[in-house]
Every structure is written in C-alpha cells, then in structure tokens.
Design a protein around this ligand. Structure first.
Ligand SMILES: C[C@@](CO)(OP(=O)(O)O)[C@H](O)COP(=O)(O)OP(=O)(O)OC[C@H]1O[C@@H](n2ccc(N)nc2=O)[C@H](O)[C@@H]1O
Ligand SMILES: Nc1ncnc2c1ncn2[C@@H]1O[C@H](COP(=O)(O)OP(=O)(O)O)[C@@H](O)[C@H]1O
Length: 297
C-alpha cells in the first residue's frame, strides 16, 4: 500500500515583520494564501527511512534526515513509539528555496501520508503541534486556504475568502536563504523603530469579499526590500510584470520568486507570457487561489 498526499505552495499577501526576538525569530502578522501549485508526497513501507525526489530543482533538495519531510516522519514515529521505516518520494512542482514554502509543504504532506500509512489516526491538534515544531510555515501548509499567522507565523486563525484570485509566479534562477533575508531585514532596519506587526483590516476585507482590485492595492511584504537588496535583478522582473498588465507585483515571502496578481485567467496568461519573453525569469507559472491544504489523493 502507498499513500500520496498533495500539498500547496503559498504566497504571503501581507507579511508584516517586527523587530527580532530574543530567540532569533521575528514576530509576524503573516497573511498566508495557498495557491494552486503543488508538491506530491508518497509514503510507502520500507526497511528504513529513505527519501527520493523528482521534478524541477530536485537536485537542490537534501535526501538525508535534514529533509523536512524526513523530519516530519521521524517526529510522527517518535510520538507513537514507532520506527520511521518509510520511503518518502517527493514529486516537486513548487520552486525550491523560492519563498513559496516548498519544504514546509513536503513536511505537512509527509506527516499526513505517514499518519494514514501507519494508521496512527493522530488528532489534528497534535499534527499541527508537530508541524509548528518543524517550521514556522508548516502549520499553514497543512491547513491551506487562507490564514493569519502570528507569533513566528505558526499560530493560525483561518480567514474567509470570497472569490478566486489569479496569480502568476516568476521563478528566479537560484534560491535565497530565508535566514539570510531576515538577517538583511535586521541590517536594513538597524537603528530604526520597527512597529509591532499587525494585519491590515482592508486586506482582510479584500480577501473576504473576493475583491481583486482591493487585494492588489493592499498587498505588502516587509521582506521585499531585503530580498531586493540581496538580489537587485528582481526589481526588473517586478517592473516587467507590471508593464504587462499585472494589477500588483511583489516578492513572494523571502523570495526570490516574484508574484503578480492579475484581473482574470486571461490576464494571468498574458503576464506569464510577457515575463517569459522578457528573459527576467527562468519560468512563469499561473495559479489560482485559494487552494486546499494537504489532501490524500
Ligand atoms: C519568510 C517566510 C514567510 O512565510 O517563508 P518563506 O518565504 O521563506 O517560504 C517564513 O517566515 C519562513 O518560515 P520557515 O521557512 O518555516 O522558517 P523556519 O524554518 O521556522 O525558520 C528558519 C529561519 O528563518 C528565520 N525566521 C523564520 C520565521 C520568523 N518568524 N522569523 C525568523 O527570523 C530565522 O532565522 C529561522 O532560523
Ligand atoms: N523537502 C524539501 N524541499 C525543499 N527544500 C528542502 C526540503 N527539506 C529541506 N529543504 C531545505 O530547505 C531550504 C528552503 O527550501 P524551501 O522550503 O523550498 O524554500 P523557502 O523557505 O524559500 O520557501 C532548501 O534550500 C533546502 O536546503
């Protein structure tokens, strides 16, 4: 028997970042939106823990016990006093190290796949606690849809979404390290008063009412300046998407993937074609949001 779970990528429609905490993390008001780009994680019985990976960027994914999917399997096995003897295969479609939470998606997917394969029927609250222990973004990858994440992003409140949003994602050449981008944020804000992060009421209303123009007006990412500082060429990608008719353009999370909100499906295809033709990205993907969280196929 094998179990395959599909898990979505995310874009942060608002990422408000406060001053660094004593534990090295930053307090956030993180408005997550799951988008329809997916990894699939398949769990199969095996003699020992083994991870394989296929798809774009898979050569950059570690296959040892540092892989977030492997860590998820180990954490679940420990909870139930089992050995984590499982073969996890990750079929990647989410850009690696791209600011779209691909590793977090794989962790959430592996957790659900192993829970079903092993018949451990772990209560949802316990699964979410394991997710939070694995990484700040992992609980959201599990639940999907849209949610406000506070604390370091792991404390979630689900958000209502009143419509569909059409996105384009420009995949950059190479990745950006999340800790490096937070470090650059600290450098750029040193000596300034960083306000307490708070979710924007206008943005939450835009999500609830499915108002694309209002969502476009409210998009914000406090890590964008840091990502652009580390990768100045992203400014040109953002400009090309805007020129092609995107309603708004921003860096996705810690980058370097850039995200473009379009009016409708046709607009999204136009923006994707223009981005590819501009040569400022290696791939341009269209995706609809919101997408569901981890689901068994
Ligand atoms: C920036 C965001 C936005 O959603 O995602 P990406 O765009 O990278 O996908 C997240 O905050 C990334 O979350 P995640 O990738 O799960 O981070 P973690 O594994 O928990 O932490 C990795 C490192 O990022 C930094 N970090 C993470 C979260 C946070 N609130 N403050 C931080 O300073 C810390 O340096 C930490 O050691
Ligand atoms: N299953 C996984 N998929 C992708 N990256 C992983 C995975 N497990 C660990 N990693 C490591 O996490 C880093 C961040 O990857 P990823 O989650 O794709 O990006 P981001 O944090 O920007 O959303 C990668 O460079 C890789 O070394």
């Amino acid at each position: 028997m094998t179990v395959t779970v599909r898990v979505p990528a995310k874009v942060n429609v608002q990422l408000a970042v406060g001053g660094v905490r004593g534990d090295g993390f930053h307090p956030l008001a993180n408005v997550f939106l799951a988008v329809g780009l997916y990894d699939e994680v398949t769990a199969a019985p095996a003699r020992e823990l083994r991870v394989t990976c296929s798809g774009p960027g898979s050569q950059y994914v570690p296959l040892d016990r540092t892989n977030l999917a492997a860590r998820a399997a180990i954490a679940l096995a420990e909870l139930h006093g089992l050995a984590p003897d499982v073969h996890l295969h990750i079929d990647k479609d989410i850009p690696v190290a791209g600011g779209m939470a691909g590793g977090s998606a794989d962790a959430a997917g592996a957790l659900l796949a192993c829970d079903v394969l092993w018949g451990t029927r772990t209560p949802r609250e316990q699964l979410l606690a394991i997710c939070a222990g694995l990484g700040s973004d992992v609980p959201f990858s599990y639940v999907g849809g849209a949610a406000l994440g506070v604390g370091r992003g792991e404390q979630l409140t689900p958000l209502e979404v009143g419509g569909e949003f059409h996105w384009v994602f420009a995949v950059a050449d190479g990745g950006l390290s999340t800790p490096a981008v937070y470090g650059e944020f600290d450098r750029l804000t040193a000596g300034t008063e960083v306000p307490e992060p708070a979710a924007s009421a206008a943005l939450l209303t835009a999500l609830r009412t499915g108002d694309t123009a209002a969502l476009a007006a409210g998009l914000s990412n406090d890590l964008q300046a840091a990502a652009l500082s580390l990768r100045p060429s992203l400014a040109e990608t953002l400009a090309q998407g805007t020129r092609a008719g995107a309603l708004a353009a921003l860096v996705s999370g810690s980058g370097p993937t850039t995200a473009f909100l379009a009016k409708d499906a046709e607009g999204a295809h136009r923006v994707a074609q223009a981005l590819l033709a501009s040569g400022t990205c290696v791939a341009a993907r269209v995706a609809v949001a919101p997408a569901p969280g981890a689901v068994v196929l």
